[in-house]
Ligand binder design. Structure first.
Ligand code: SAH
Length: 291
């Protein structure tokens, strides 16, 4: 079944475009940081089949000396600033230790302009040029935590994840610390090039950056254990729904008349996707084509 087609009698199938089952208790105020325990809509099912040979990727430890040296100008030593950031993520409800460790590892101050480096560990979105922004740390942590929630720690180094909207590359780096293989796509050439240059010293061998229209996904690397969109469209591109493993999760901010909410899609069968609407959010727009 085409996941975007309206099935007149969806007794056993739930297309992600069908009327969302909004769970009000899963819609905390923006920024409250309360983890929204995703509604259990997946039937107990075996773990995704393991690829025969996988690259060992998760557990990268980025090259500290290089980036810490570059950190002059950040008031607090960056490592300490990150510890404080992680402590506040924890206090705001992020529980996944793998995600918290990754947030501790990745030097966010290297992903923003020098003039903004001193604010890099505040929980704010910051401009990265081309009218785009780097997402707030709490948003990055929460989105990755939701994607990771159904992938046990020991399986993460084999998990393949797609990010749409590389931006400056920060979230891509965090993803590469958590998961085995990450593909990240950016449609603005200047941003894609800057992200490549920024990420190079971190030597994340399991992160592949692609310049292109992320609405088409990455067919050569699909299917994915998780897909995250960092930009809000009116609907979830069908190609992305089809590039999800069974089972797997996709998170996308969806814009409906100027109001955005985070949509969690779980593919539970070849032709069955379940949708849960989570928090109100604010992301830049998902646009077609490249520039
Ligand atoms: N992941 C980033 C957030 C980037 S902002 C972080 O670490 O903070 C969202 C990005 O999505 C922007 O850079 C924007 O150019 C990009 N984007 C928008 N539409 C896109 C599309 N169709 N394909 C790929 N990237 C897209």
């Amino acid at each position: 079944m085409n996941p975007n087609s309206k099935d007149p009698s969806p007794t056993t199938q739930t297309g992600p475009d069908l009327a969302p089952e909004v769970a009000p208790e899963l819609a905390p105020e923006v920024g409250s940081g309360e983890p929204a325990p995703a509604r259990r809509v997946m039937r107990p099912s075996p773990k995704p089949p393991l690829p025969p040979q996988t690259r060992k990727g998760a557990g990268n430890r980025v090259a500290h000396a290089a980036f810490e040296a570059a950190a002059a100008g950040v008031g607090l030593a960056p490592e300490r600033a990150r510890q404080r950031m992680v402590a506040s993520l924890r206090a705001s409800g992020i529980r996944d230790e793998g995600v918290l460790e990754a947030m501790q590892q990745v030097p966010r101050h290297l992903f923003v302009e020098d003039a903004l480096a001193s604010r890099a560990y505040e929980d704010v979105a910051l401009p990265i040029g081309h009218g785009q922004t780097i997402s707030k740390p709490s948003t990055v942590a929460r989105m990755i935590e939701i994607i990771a929630a159904t992938i046990p720690r020991e399986a993460r180094s084999r998990a393949q994840v797609l990010e749409v909207g590389t931006g400056c590359g920060y979230q891509a780096a965090v993803l590469a610390e958590v998961f085995g293989e990450v593909v990240s796509i950016e449609r603005v050439r200047g941003l894609a090039e800057d992200a490549r240059a920024r990420l190079r010293p971190l030597r994340l061998g399991n992160l592949r950056l692609v310049f292109g229209d992320g609405r088409l996904g990455a067919p050569s690397a699909a299917p994915f254990d998780g897909i995250l969109l960092a930009a809000a469209g009116a609907e979830i591109p069908e190609e992305l729904l089809l590039q999800m493993k069974v089972p797997s999760r996709l998170l996308a901010p969806i814009d409906s008349g100027g109001r955005q909410s985070l949509h969690l899609v779980e593919r539970v069968g070849n032709e069955t996707w379940h949708l849960t609407v989570l928090d109100a959010v604010r992301f830049v727009p998902l646009r077609a084509g490249t520039t």
